[in-house]
Design a protein around this ligand. Structure first.
Ligand SMILES: [Zn+2]
Ligand SMILES: [Zn+2]
Length: 331
């Protein structure tokens, strides 16, 4: 009988351990692959071995998104198994985006001194030894189904945390493998991304994904970080509430200071985190500003949204909260 075995792997990243999921079925499959380092590779190999499998027995590998804790080992495993990697094409695009292009977009952003430009260069995230020659990719998208035999995984496109993030729902059990889109104890961050030099507003896209996922029949959610949980709607609601509160906070900061740069607003929103986690904090702040721009209560000047100001004609905080609730909370 088919079953799913969670395998927890250590990562060198701030998020901590990552869960990858081994689907033991007629065509054994891996959902996510763990970080690109020897420790994780050894643990994954040994845990599979204990179940009676080698990497070369895998018939499929699906990567929810291109972040290194998920995609890191995928290429070496796929090469060893002689199979393609199933991933959304936007993830492959992001993984291969050249850093100079993205860095150019950040020129004039008044970035903190601790900003580390290497962090926005996905081509550096995975060392070349974990990118063997000849690995191929099979694009996956909404409404596709991957069958491993007894189990059938529907692909749901759920962008926001990354632009081509997918989650998998196993039809028979109603189990959802949510990657970094849904976690119980961590609010996923919609990071700043660019496509062809244009910034994509990731928080509005992420909220849309959450609203969509909330409508799925799901019995249990298996996230990439942390424990499985059952109440998907409650977790979606909590994440949406968090972003509603942060967006209101950003509006109030901006109303008090009149106008400010992304950095100045971010510093006030997360004074304790801005130095250590500049990219995360600025991603979240910019997301909130995108929401406020949607209801037309902030103005941004400059090509790169470097300066924001609250509009004078705002109808008062109450009205803004109601509008944001409509926009951010699930219906
Ligand atoms: Zn991620
Ligand atoms: Zn992750």
């Amino acid at each position: 009988m088919a079953r799913i075995v969670p395998i927890t792997l250590p990562t060198p990243y701030q998020i901590g351990d990552v869960n990858v999921y081994f689907v033991e079925d007629e065509r054994p499959m891996l959902i996510d692959a763990g970080p690109p380092d020897e420790g994780a590779r050894t643990i994954l190999r040994e845990k599979l071995k204990a179940l009676g499998y080698e990497f070369r027995d895998l018939k499929g590998i699906v990567v929810t998104h291109f972040h290194p804790d998920h995609f890191g080992l995928a290429q070496v495993i796929a090469a060893e198994a002689g199979i393609p990697i199933h991933m959304h094409p936007l993830e492959l695009y992001l993984q291969r985006t050249r850093s100079e292009k993205a860095q150019k977009v950040f020129c004039g952003w008044d970035l903190p001194a601790t900003w580390d430009s290497r962090r926005i260069d996905p081509s550096r995230w995975i060392p070349s030894s974990y990118r063997p020659f000849g690995v191929t990719f099979t694009p996956v998208d909404d409404d596709e189904m991957i069958s491993t035999g007894e189990m059938n995984f529907e692909i749901h496109f759920s962008p926001g945390h990354s632009l081509g993030h997918v989650v998998l729902r196993e039809k028979g059990t109603g189990w959802l493998f949510s990657g970094d889109t849904l976690m119980q104890k961590v609010v996923p961050n919609p990071f700043i991304y660019h496509v062809e030099g244009e910034r994509v507003p990731t928080l509005p896209i992420y909220l849309e994904s959450l609203h969509k996922l909330r409508g799925l029949r799901v019995d249990k959610v298996f996230p990439a970080h942390g424990e499985p949980f059952e109440d998907l709607p409650a977790v979606v609601d909590a994440i949406c509430e968090h972003f509603l509160q942060k967006t209101v906070d950003v509006y109030e900061i901006l109303r008090d200071i009149g106008e400010g740069s992304l950095l100045q607003i971010s510093q006030q929103l997360y004074p304790l985190h801005i130095d250590r986690e500049a990219y995360m904090v600025m991603s979240k702040t910019l997301g909130c500003l995108d929401m406020l721009r949607q209801i037309n209560v902030v103005h941004s000047a400059g090509d790169h949204y470097t300066l924001f100001s609250a509009k004078n004609s705002d109808p008062g905080n109450k009205g803004i909260q109601e509008q944001l609730k409509d926009l951010i909370l699930p219906k």
